[in-house]
Ligand binder design. Structure first.
Ligand SMILES: *Cc1c(COP(=O)(O)O)cnc(C)c1O
Length: 388
């Protein structure tokens, strides 16, 4: 309790934390200060895509720290050049801007969309349509972009110029369109909103409208990106190519990063002096990201994610307490029959398994390189908790 008391004395109480102090981790197992072990079905919160302290990732991050840990963005670094090239080539985008978080990546996308429209059409075409029940971050602009009323409290005034259309409702989307709109921003699978995927027809309509009206199609893949859904990008499930894609959580394996990718139509919009970030493109973060990409993009890796996802979906569907399973790949939501997700989350923790919640659902975001043995061990705990 000593660590926890000290922590709470000095760190702002912005999170509802469990009474566990995590001290170390190896493979997909964390160890608490009290030596208790926890199988990680949450990847932290979608961040530790290669589990805890993957040896190649550690080597990349540590050797970069020993070589040059940071420098001003007034200079170039080779690791940022290498990572940017690999990221653009693998995702099919033209250029990238690096920040340090998902919110920053989205903030960049919002600025990019508004300037794209301002440069071509002048003032007044600034509205960004996002979806009801979305989550885009905690900065003022990204809170405003987030289509949930619970996030629109206390911090008035919020940033203007956002409208919320109902997900999977084409008529409502069309109703929200007017001459002030410059972009449509979506999560292909709403994460925090409850692991809810968009319909193919809806996504096709978004892509069509954006093309017809010269709006930017922005995909927030902060949670879905980099293999989470068993494709490098979730857009590949839908066969669409948004103009802008944002990434963060799992991108660098657990060091802070955010990335805003842009295609040919808009990759020159953010010109000299229009955007920046002191730590954006930090060499250690880029080294972590490069190590993650090298693994995730290697031959056979995504197939292995797909296999584990199929196995996990199958096993979860067999559990009596599980009414339905939603999501894609290793981004999994479960609706429960009689238990609340919060209670199950706490009970799993007590039994040595880390899981997450999303609204009323139980949420799993296991590390992409989790082993079948670790999956089975975690499932055993989950089944026990759900059968009590
Ligand atoms: C987590 C998340 C964010 C915010 O990322 P931060 O790194 O916390 O700023 C934005 N969008 C989506 C879809 C997310 O899941």
């Amino acid at each position: 309790m000593e660590t926890i008391n000290q922590f709470n004395s000095y760190v702002m109480g912005t999170y509802g934390r469990f009474d566990v102090v995590m001290e170390s981790g190896e493979n997909r197992v964390a160890t608490g200060e009290d030596e208790k072990k926890y199988i990680d079905f949450g990847s932290g919160i979608g961040t530790n895509s290669l589990g805890f302290c993957d040896s190649d990732w550690v080597e990349a991050v540590c050797s970069q720290a020993k070589q040059i840990q940071h420098t001003s963005n007034y200079y170039y670094t080779k690791i940022q050049a290498d990572f940017a090239k690999k990221l653009c080539e693998e995702t099919g985008y033209s250029k990238v801007f690096f920040g340090n978080s998902g919110a920053e990546a989205n903030e960049c996308a919002i600025k990019l969309a508004r300037k794209y429209s301002f440069d071509k059409y002048g003032k007044g075409r600034h509205t960004i349509i996002t979806l009801v029940n979305s989550f885009h971050g905690r900065t003022l602009a990204t809170l405003s972009a987030t289509g949930q009323d619970v996030f629109h409290n206390y911090f008035f005034p919020f940033v203007e110029g956002f409208k919320y259309a109902k997900a999977n409702d084409i008529a409502d989307l069309n109703e929200k369109l007017d001459d002030t709109v410059c972009a449509i921003m979506v999560e292909f699978v709403q994460g925090e909103g409850g692991v809810i995927p968009l319909d193919k027809e809806f996504v096709d309509e978004v892509a069509k409208i954006c093309k017809e009206k010269d709006l930017l199609f922005i995909a927030d893949e902060v949670q879905t990106g980099i293999g989470r859904t068993a494709k490098l990008l979730a857009s590949q499930h839908y066969g669409v190519k948004p103009n802008v894609t944002t990434l963060a959580k799992g991108l660098a394996g657990g060091v802070p990063i955010g990335a805003c990718l842009a295609d040919d139509s808009c990759c020159e919009v953010l010109s000299k002096g229009t955007h920046g970030s002191t730590f954006g493109g930090n060499p250690i973060a880029c080294a972590g990201g490069y190590a993650v990409l090298n693994k995730v993009c290697a031959d056979g890796f995504m197939e292995s994610v797909e296999k584990k996802a199929q196995y996990l979906w199958e096993k979860l569907s067999e559990i009596d307490e599980v009414v339905s399973v939603s999501g894609k790949g290793l981004m999994i939501g479960m609706t429960l029959k009689t238990k609340t997700a919060a209670d199950v989350c706490k009970a799993c923790l007590d039994e040595g398994l880390l899981v997450l919640t999303a609204k009323e659902k139980l949420r799993l975001l296991p590390p992409l390189n989790i082993s079948f043995e670790e999956i089975d061990a975690g499932l055993e705990i989950l089944k026990n908790v759900l059968s009590k």
